[in-house]
Design a protein around this ligand. Structure first.
Ligand SMILES: Cc1ncc(COP(=O)(O)O)c(C=O)c1O
Length: 553
């Protein structure tokens, strides 16, 4: 077989579409008349990634909050290669290998307090899973078998395995898998921008309010039924929620007082993202357990860790007590060697200090270029970790309707950002946000360029949104709703629906119709149905108000 010929004719995007099952992805985007190709990333260098066709994009998300030291670092490849030749693989099941020993010691040194005991895994989910199991076993060993529940915050993402999923506070991620592992209890997150009216100008009061809700949840559930509280020092999902002043200290105090383990899930926040190896050090709190992964190897190899306090490990030093838990690849020698080389780079290049020195510039640039935009409600975060929350109405801080989010986030923003040269996240797990978390060695000039791309995209997004709304208004005025409704009811008539939607919208904007069609990453029927139900709602309101005014005439 002629290998060169195969490579030349290879259509990777098609292979991806036909054979890959992409994670958290609507595959319908890749099928049908308005299909978009699966983007193929072939190379990375520094803060840049390159597509199959050679386009260069800024990696504004460190791949997936992983690539702290930038792409293409030879030191890491060399460390992996050397380790493979020395000891390719050996498990940490009753044996150890040099790299795991050294890395465990190094992590214990970075971690605060007496967090000296490192259990390696292969991912964030596995680390969270391990911490959840340890918390349960810890209380069982103390004769408190009833302590199995776990507190975590709204919209927080803590992983997808069955145990971690219970801690993940995102209903859409849980919904298809009910009944899920029992015990998950939600507490509020710390989105200060969305604080209630009486708290929205007082961050201290908001922090007290948020911790009061934790106390309330504990009282309601019973402290004797809760084993742990999981939170990220700065919550990622929902768009970078920093802790209000004093919040984490109070969480620590509440956990101690109620005999609940405080787990800091640092899967994203560790390894320089917030200017410290562990973000808890930035906020001066000592949890009972830290979970981490991602930046530990800068994503070059899979590796996670659960770092537990000496106190938690104590019972396991005696008699026949053990934790019946482990992963074949947890603490893989090659991953540990890469992690050691990665941390060497952190120290050699003083990356944490660089983040601390540059975060002010990063935030100022974001504020200067984006804060005045009509579509931007809030800019928040710290370190090299920022969320830009978008709003329907800036003054009222009002949220978008579902169909607008669909069209804006899925249909416009992600594609546009990428087209203009930036890979980052446009996310709608909470309110819609754009998130930026680039490699930590990004320069000031590159930060400026990256934020400029976001600025251009958001300006275009706002224009697009206004256009979209105009067309919807026109539809109402032209009373074309019935036609739309009639069409979308027919499940089998997807092509007809598409044509009809286009024709309904076309008087005002052919472009919009095309973009709407492009945005149908789920199915056009679903979007049209959501649009039509929202239109129907508005039509009803319009009719009601007309009735009211005609009655009163
Ligand atoms: C805070 C947090 N915990 C856990 C996880 C799960 O990590 P993984 O995808 O490596 O399983 C993530 C992933 O993004 C995360 O952000």
């Amino acid at each position: 077989m002629d290998i060169k010929k195969i490579e030349k004719t290879e259509n990777l995007s098609k292979l991806a579409r036909d054979h890959l099952w992409l994670h958290f992805t609507r595959h319908s985007t890749y099928y049908g008349k308005n299909a978009t190709p699966v983007p193929i990333i072939v190379r990375g260098e520094g803060i840049y990634i390159y597509t199959e066709s050679g386009d260069k994009k800024i990696d504004g998300l460190a791949a997936l909050f992983c690539c702290q030291v930038g792409h293409g670092r030879k030191e890491l490849a060399d460390a992996a290669s050397k380790q493979m030749m020395e000891l390719d693989y050996f498990p940490l099941w009753s044996y150890a290998h040099p790299m795991a020993c050294r890395l465990a010691k190094r992590l214990a040194e970075y971690a605060p307090g007496d967090l000296n005991r490192v259990f390696f895994s292969s991912s964030g989910s596995e680390s969270v899973e391990s911490a959840f199991k340890l918390a349960k076993q810890h209380f069982k060993l103390k004769g408190q078998s009833n302590k199995f529940k776990v507190l975590s915050r709204q919209y927080a993402y803590h992983g997808t395995t069955q145990g971690a999923l219970t801690i993940t506070g995102i209903p859409f991620a849980q919904a298809p898998f009910h009944p899920i592992t029992p015990g998950g209890v939600r507490i509020p997150n710390t989105n200060f921008y969305r604080a209630q009216e009486h708290l929205k100008d007082d961050e201290d009061a908001f922090g007290i309010w948020a911790t009061d809700r934790i106390e309330e949840a504990i009282e309601l559930e019973g402290a004797d039924s809760i084993c742990a509280l999981f939170l990220e020092p700065v919550q990622n999902s929902g768009g970078c929620f920093p802790p209000p002043p004093g919040y984490l200290e109070r969480v620590r105090e509440i956990c101690t007082r109620n005999d609940i383990l405080f787990v800091a899930d640092e899967t994203i926040t560790a390894f320089g993202r917030l200017g410290e190896i562990f973000a808890v050090n930035r906020f001066n709190v000592i949890p009972d357990i830290i979970t981490c992964a991602k930046g530990l190897t800068s994503g070059y190899m899979p590796l996670g860790a659960m770092i537990a306090s000496d106190v938690l490990f104590e019972p396991f030093q005696e008699g026949d007590t053990m934790m019946p838990h482990g992963y074949t690849y947890g603490g893989h020698p090659v991953s540990c060697a890469v992690a050691m080389a990665n941390l060497d780079i952190f120290e050699k290049e003083n990356l944490c200090q660089y983040v601390r020195d540059t975060e002010g510039y990063f935030l100022d640039t974001l504020k200067e270029k984006l804060a005045h935009l009509e579509i931007v409600g809030d800019i928040r975060g710290c370190g090299f970790f920022y969320g830009i929350e978008m709003v329907s109405n800036k003054e009222k801080r009002s949220m978008f309707e579902d169909h607008e989010i669909e069209v804006l986030i899925r249909g416009f923003l992600s594609g546009k950002l990428f087209e203009l040269g930036l890979y980052c996240r446009a996310d709608d797990r909470g309110e819609p946000v754009i998130q930026l978390a680039p490699p930590l060695n990004i320069t000031r000039e590159e930060i400026y360029t990256m934020v400029s791309i976001v600025e251009t995209t958001l300006k275009e997004a706002y224009a697009f949104l206004l256009e979209y709304r105009n067309v919807l208004e026109m539809e109402i005025n032209n009373s074309k709703l019935n036609m739309l409704n009639l069409t979308v009811i027919d499940e089998d008539a997807e092509e007809d629906v598409e044509e009809n939607v286009s024709s309904v919208l076309s008087p005002s904007s052919k472009l919009l119709a095309e973009r709407l069609a492009r945005s149908r990453s789920n199915s056009l029927n679903e979007q049209a149905r959501s649009r039509s139900s929202s239109l129907a709602e508005r039509m009803k309101k319009l009719n009601n108000s007309q009735e009211v005014s005609s009655n009163s005439d």
